[in-house]
Design a binder for this molecule. Structure first.
Ligand code: BTN
Length: 300
């Protein structure tokens, strides 16, 4: 199913809607979206070479957060691989409760999956996102690298971020939403100075606008490949790819954690659950499960 919302809500050409679709329709109506004029859903569908990722697309001009909509949809049990994409977000969510600035000119999308894995392995899904996004961007000929846990950088500046949100109980994951934001063709001045100082855009790096349809297609293909590795328990393959693309391993870092806690150390690697292995100043090794890493300047 393709839902390309253009003001008046419609579900393709279908006249009647099922209970789930009606629930979705009502929710989506409340969002006050304006119509996805600029997302070429038909072209994406035509060119898509995946088995299931991106087969169902919900496209919007403007939403609060594609992750919020994707979580709602996941609760109504839409197909695995369904994506939600928007031209802009007015309440884009970043990691660690931060706001994600998402004006038009970027790629803001969320992928819904139902991985049948132990919730303890959930952090591997985050690694999958990092591998897929950096590989898709690298297809454009730029050296995209991953900063733990999941920032994608070009020349040490952030080009993309990933927010993975899961609904789980003790033994299983009900669903996972992998939210991806890529600063593709953002115009100068369209995000705050604070964000601009630490980030870059593909348009700036390549000195020309990128074909976003192509990039979305690459992203969906790369995501399916790495997600298939996860499903087939090829965890080493995911870790091998992540380590190869990592900017963090072998660096001195400062880790910012919640409640203002920080840690400093040298990154020895990541373990098979995606945790960072940090060598502290006293030589002890510490496993770090969450936080935000900052590469430390060498102290003189
Ligand atoms: C980060 O802090 O680096 C993660 C940013 C994730 C942003 C994306 S944009 C699409 C999806 N919807 C959201 O509200 N957030 C994610």
């Amino acid at each position: 199913m393709i839902l390309n919302y253009k003001g008046d809500f419609s579900l393709s050409n279908e006249k009647s809607v099922s209970i789930n679709e009606e629930k979705i329709a009502n929710y989506i109506k409340k969002l006050g979206v304006e119509g996805a004029k600029n997302i070429n859903v038909d072209e994406i569908k035509k060119e898509l070479k995946t088995k299931y990722i991106g087969h169902d697309i919900y496209a919007f001009e403007k939403v609060d957060s594609t992750n919020a909509i994707a979580k709602f949809l996941a609760g109504t049990e839409v197909e695995e691989g369904t994506i939600v994409i928007a031209r802009s977000q007015f309440k884009g969510k970043g990691r660690m409760g931060k706001k994600w600035e998402s004006p038009s000119g970027g790629i803001w999308l969320s992928i819904i999956i139902y991985p049948e894995i132990d919730p303890q392995k959930a952090s591997l899904i985050t690694l999958c996102g990092g591998v897929a996004v950096s590989k898709a961007i690298r297809r454009l000929g730029v050296d995209a690298r991953i900063k733990w846990p999941n920032d994608i950088l070009i020349n040490h500046k952030k080009i993309a971020g990933i927010l993975t949100e899961a609904n789980s109980n003790f033994h299983t994951l009900d669903y996972v939403v992998v939210g991806i934001g890529i600063d593709s063709n953002l115009d100068a001045g369209s995000v705050s100075k604070k964000v601009e100082d630490v980030s870059t855009t593909l348009k700036d790096e390549l000195k020309k606008e990128v074909d976003e349809t192509r990039l979305i297609l690459s992203l969906l293909e790369e995501f399916e490949k790495v997600y298939e590795d996860l499903k087939n328990e090829k965890f080493n393959e995911i870790l091998y790819n992540w380590r190869n693309l990592s900017q963090t391993i072998g660096s001195n870092v400062l880790i910012e954690q919640q409640f203002g806690k920080t840690l400093k150390g040298y990154v020895v690697g990541i373990n098979n659950q995606g945790a960072l292995i940090l060598e502290l100043n006293n030589g002890k090794l510490k496993k770090v499960i969450s936080g935000e890493s900052h590469m430390k300047e060498i102290e003189k």
